[in-house]
Design a protein around this ligand. Structure first.
Ligand code: 13P
Length: 255
């Protein structure tokens, strides 16, 4: 990562894990382990855990994110959550376009874009996830897939708004599989993402965007991945549920 140009950010994506009391307990464990971090530390937790999580991290350097948000402010959208609801309880970040939402819940680049714009308008910082499927990589269209996602997901996002956007590169084949992209593969695509941002905006704007890698990142491989120029942090699934492992990744990003 290039700390002279941008912030390192380590974010846990807890997915559908932990009840509110379990969330509180895990955050209490995490807080002292990351208190001297020289990077931003975020836990993105299930909706029902958010209030307890925000309360638990008060006075610490840990920030809280949600795992999705709807684009409408209110109305007849049973089961959905608005940006205003998240803001009112003190949520700062929101994961958008995660591959699990794309794969299992019909998320498209169009809806990711609507959510991204709504989040930015409300003052939430979106962590926008992009990544190719295994067969897309095998067919050698990784760059086309990523370029399309970046362009569509950030459609109509201004240069000023881009300052609050985090991109997470998560190759779908590496998520929860134990198969990590090699540090070189991660760097190649993160650099490609930055080049796309430079095309869509300009080089200075692109240089300031934090681009995370996600997909089986853990305490064993974080050092090498985060050692790459364009890998500015991590979006961590499984390893973020174990305080010591998460803290070790935060430590690697703090170097
Ligand atoms: P794992 O770290 O469990 O592979 O999950 C990555 C991920 O999907 C983070 O959003």
């Amino acid at each position: 990562m290039d700390k002279a140009k941008r912030k390192a950010i380590i974010a846990g994506n807890w997915k559908m894990n932990k009840t509110p009391s379990e969330a509180k307990a895990l955050l209490e464990e995490i807080k002292p382990l990351v208190s001297d971090a020289d990077c931003e530390v975020i836990a993105c937790v299930p909706y029902v855990d958010l209030a307890a999580a925000v309360e638990t991290v008060k006075g610490s350097n840990v920030k809280i994110g949600a795992e999705n948000v709807h684009w409408e402010e209110k109305g007849a959208f049973t089961g959905e959550i608005s940006t205003g609801m998240l803001k009112e309880i003190g949520v700062e970040y929101v994961v958008l376009g995660h591959s699990e939402r794309r794969q299992y819940f019909g998320e498209t680049d169009e809806t990711v874009n609507k959510r991204t714009k709504a989040a930015l308008a409300a003052g939430l910082k979106p962590i926008v996830c992009v990544g190719e499927l295994l067969w897309e990589r095998e067919c050698d269209i990784t760059e086309e897939v990523i370029a399309r996602q970046i362009k569509l997901d950030l459609w109509d996002v201004t240069e000023d708004e881009l300052k609050n956007v985090v991109i997470a590169y998560e190759p779908v084949w590496a998520i929860g599989t134990g198969k990590t992209a090699t540090a070189d593969q991660a760097e190649e695509v993160c650099a490609f993402i930055r080049a796309q941002l430079a095309k869509l905006y300009n080089q200075a704007a692109a240089d300031a965007v934090t681009i995370q890698y996600g997909g089986s990142m853990n305490d064993g491989n974080a050092d090498e991945l985060l050692g790459k120029t364009n890998v500015d942090g991590g979006l961590i699934g499984g390893a973020s549920l174990v305080a010591e492992k998460f803290a070790a990744i935060v430590k690697a990003a703090s170097k």
